[in-house]
Design a binder for this molecule. Structure first.
Ligand SMILES: [Zn+2]
Ligand SMILES: [Zn+2]
Length: 99
């Protein structure tokens, strides 16, 4: 990995990447973010398996602009949180949530 400012090689130090030339500190992506991403992927993978048996709705895909999407209600674990609708584009397979 190279420094964004001066393009010189970065050296790992205290879990961060330090540029020895200009002193820029590059923080690597935190583990929490990676786990969050994995959880989302799993959720969307489940949705992918269900595609074909799901109802469709008129919803515009933010990715390709297609106006039909499968949707599923996803119940959150916390009782005081509302249900979330998850859409999956019929055309391109892009998934998104309705807040
Ligand atoms: Zn630098
Ligand atoms: Zn789409």
């Amino acid at each position: 990995m190279f420094c964004e400012k001066c393009k010189s090689l970065l050296f790992p130090q205290d879990g961060k990447l330090i540029c020895r030339k200009c002193g820029t500190v590059h923080e690597p992506a935190s583990k929490a973010q990676v786990i969050k991403h994995k959880g989302k992927d799993k959720e969307l993978a489940v949705l992918g398996e269900l595609s074909g048996t799901l109802p469709t709705a008129d919803a515009e895909c933010p990715s390709c602009g297609h106006n039909k999407a499968y949707w599923v209600l996803r119940q959150t674990r916390a009782a005081d949180e509302p249900e979330t609708r998850i859409f999956r584009c019929v055309k391109c397979g892009h998934s998104w949530r309705e807040y």
